[in-house]
Design a protein. Structure first.
Length: 473
């Protein structure tokens, strides 16, 4: 009876103050640009941890940032998670820039390794100029209109003025900026972190080192290693779904969940350079299939490559004017091989390809830029292909005909018998009916002067005659 009462009392205490007992900590790696596939991996890992009743989720992060919508998916999953989420910017030299800053501030525990940094969270869509101008000064709210009668310090007044100042740029820029500011301030306030600096990271692209972030209450702690991180957060109280939870992390077993092969493939093809290669392979594959109907393989490869490219272009921010230029450039280069212009079409195609590739991925989204070196190397390869094509065409022009009557007239055969008038000659591996006005001896070389139907008009080739005499038409 006493034993039963003790068990009931223990259960009541656990219900009053939940504690994550020793068990498993799920480790997820957020590395590189944040895209759709990466968000699917992180959100899926957190959901798996909840289903397995894990004690903790650790997101080891090193990201330059990425797309806004995948970032919001990750943040929403963290906020709704019943398992505490620790985001750890690691290893040394890693960063949590742009979208990574939002994820770090949304986590129940924010930690960084020494020599790492965080910040620069300004939405990149604000980089363009133009658009609607800011309201006139008299229409803009200011701290003076909000009643600054001396109760606030000078620093507080300056902070309020900066916060109330209108965002420069178009109306859409201000909308995006204000939305991002409100979002990041809410994430910082939810865990008692420095919301003013969080706003500064969005408004002014401010950055901090790990030490500066700890000093300004942007993060909770600095840990040199993962084991030090688990020791440092042991016994820490965090709020998970409006419930205070005490972490017990000493001795936790780490279960590292790696991206599945599907996520790895989607991440790979979401790389701008890979996406561009897929577009090229797809278009050339369909072109080769069109010029050689029934080849099958080029068509199949082209269709698969274009479908993969379509997925990549759906999740990568692209400029479709640049994509159109690339398609035009590829078409001009392909046309060079079939409509010889001695390089004019090819050079125009290369120029269109270079400008199109630069424009296509000029979105400014961190991690989704295209390397200029890649573009120019690829253009050089295409230029070499055009040069080889033109050289080959010129060689064919100089060579002359290799089949038909053009290859027979002026050619040299061998008499198969003695004849004057009509006889037989051997030419290009075949026996031909021939006519000669001069006597011809067996095995004597003869030159073809003209062809009439299937009859060759020949004459003996004497030593003083050139091998290919002037052709009579």
């Amino acid at each position: 009876m006493l034993r039963t009462l003790a068990i009931v009392a223990a259960l009541l205490l656990a219900a009053a103050s939940p504690v994550r007992a020793q068990g498993t900590a799920v480790l997820l790696d957020l590395e590189g640009a944040l895209g759709v596939a990466t968000a699917e991996y992180i959100t899926g890992g957190i959901e798996d941890a909840q289903e397995a009743d894990a004690a903790l989720v650790i997101i080891r992060m090193d990201t330059p940032g990425g797309l806004m919508e995948p970032m919001r998916d990750i943040v929403s999953t963290i906020l709704a998670s019943s398992v505490p989420v620790v985001t750890y910017v690691s290893p040394a030299g890693a960063r949590a820039d742009s979208a990574g800053t939002f994820i770090l501030l949304a986590s129940h525990v924010a930690a960084m390794a020494p020599t790492t940094h965080v910040g620069a969270a300004t939405p990149v869509s604000l980089g363009g100029g133009g658009g609607q101008e800011s309201p006139p000064e008299e229409e803009q709210p200011s701290s003076r209109q909000n009643g600054g009668e001396g109760e606030k310090s000078r620093e507080d007044s300056e902070t309020d003025e900066a916060r109330d100042a209108p965002v420069p740029g178009s109306a859409m820029d201000r909308k995006v900026m204000n939305d991002a500011i409100a979002y990041i301030r809410g994430l910082a306030n939810a865990h008692g972190r420095n919301a003013d600096w969080a706003e500064k990271a969005v408004r002014e692209a401010a950055t901090l080192t790990a030490e500066g972030a700890l000093e300004l209450n942007v993060i909770d702690l600095i840990a040199i290693s993962q084991s030090e991180l688990l020791s440092a957060i042991d016994g820490r109280e965090v709020t998970v779904n409006n419930e205070t939870v005490t972490l017990e992390t000493e001795g936790l077993a780490i279960q590292h969940i790696e991206p599945s092969w599907r996520i790895k493939i989607l991440t790979t093809i979401s790389n701008p350079e890979i996406a561009l290669l897929l577009v090229l392979i797809g278009i050339y594959g369909l072109l080769f299939e069109g010029y050689n109907p029934g080849a099958i393989v080029p068509g199949v490869v082209g269709v698969i490559a274009l479908l993969l490219a379509a997925y990549a272009l759906q999740v990568i921010p692209v400029n479709y004017a640049g994509l159109a230029l690339i398609i035009v450039g590829i078409g001009l280069i392909a046309a060079e091989a079939f409509v010889p212009s001695f390089g004019a079409l090819g050079l125009g195609g290369i120029a269109a390809f270079i400008f199109g590739a630069i424009m296509m991925f000029d979105s400014g989204v961190p991690g989704f830029e295209i390397s200029l070196a890649f573009v120019f190397v690829f253009a050089a390869v295409m230029g070499a292909t055009v040069l080889l094509t033109v050289t080959y065409i010129l060689k064919l022009h100089r060579r002359g005909a290799v089949s038909g009557s053009g290859s027979i007239v002026g050619g040299t055969g061998t008499a198969m018998q003695d004849f004057t008038g009509e006889g037989k000659v051997w030419l290009e591996g075949e026996s031909w009916h021939a006519v000669s006005s001069e006597p011809v001896r067996k095995d004597q070389p003869v030159v073809v002067r003209s062809i009439e139907g299937l009859t060759l008009h020949v004459e003996p080739l004497h030593r003083d005659n050139p091998k290919k005499a002037e052709i009579q038409t």
